[in-house]
Design a protein around this ligand. Structure first.
Ligand SMILES: [Zn+2]
Length: 216
């Protein structure tokens, strides 16, 4: 980190805009933020329909859309509540090469909200694939995950919901469940496979590349 960057970071922390942003955020917090390491609290059932929780769900949906992510958990927007959302659209899948769609077993997942979710492993066989996280921007690594899981919990209306996920969708669900327990994929990754997603660009641009912490 150069001195200019250090000064800018310092200014960002203590500058005039500091303290004006409060959770739930419209950005995704990054690794190092203590909130990502806390176990989240269960949401009392009678609070699901409150404005606070409904706003949090809307904010998760908003941030999921804004970043074009497949999953988003409440701690990632600065709130330690056991809620995550996930979704994989046909459009997102169609934008990828067919081989990737096939090898990763990608399937459409409608927008889903899980409150106080529980995970049950359906298929204990583990699959190792490359995985990233919006809270570890700019990096990916190989992570082993169960092939199929069932997530049960409550939906945004407070009704019981249960879904079985396979392959890529099962990976998303396991990744988001981990967030609710203060875990990140970097805890369980194959450490030698950790890579910067733009390492080739760094060489091509003679090092003049920045990792974006905000979607385009
Ligand atoms: Zn994540």
């Amino acid at each position: 980190m150069g001195i200019t960057r250090k000064v800018l970071n310092w200014y960002a922390r203590i500058g005039p805009s500091h303290g004006k942003v409060s959770p739930p955020y419209e950005h995704v917090v990054q690794i190092g933020d203590p909130i990502l390491r806390k176990a989240s609290e269960a949401v009392p059932v009678d609070q699901i329909k409150t404005e606070e929780i409904q706003k949090l769900i809307k904010k998760l949906h908003y941030v999921l859309d804004k970043y074009g992510s497949l999953g988003m958990s409440a701690p990632q927007v600065g709130v330690n509540k056991r809620i995550f959302v996930m979704r994989h659209t046909a459009k997102q899948i169609a934008a990828l090469p067919k081989e990737i769609e096939k090898s990763r077993g990608m399937t459409v997942v409608p927008f889903s909200v899980f409150i106080n979710p529980k995970l049950k492993v359906i298929d204990y066989n583990k699959v190792t694939m490359s995985e990233g996280c919006e809270s570890v921007q700019g990096y990916i690594a190989e992570v082993a995950r169960y092939r199929a899981v069932e997530i049960s919990g409550l939906n945004a209306e407070g009704n019981s919901t249960s879904t079985q996920f396979k392959d890529w969708a099962a990976r998303i669900a396991q990744h988001e469940m981990d967030h609710l327990d203060g875990k990140l994929y970097t805890d369980i990754m194959d450490r030698k496979t950790l890579q910067c997603t733009c390492w080739e660009e760094v060489n091509m641009a003679k090092g003049k590349v920045v990792i974006p912490f905000y979607p385009d």
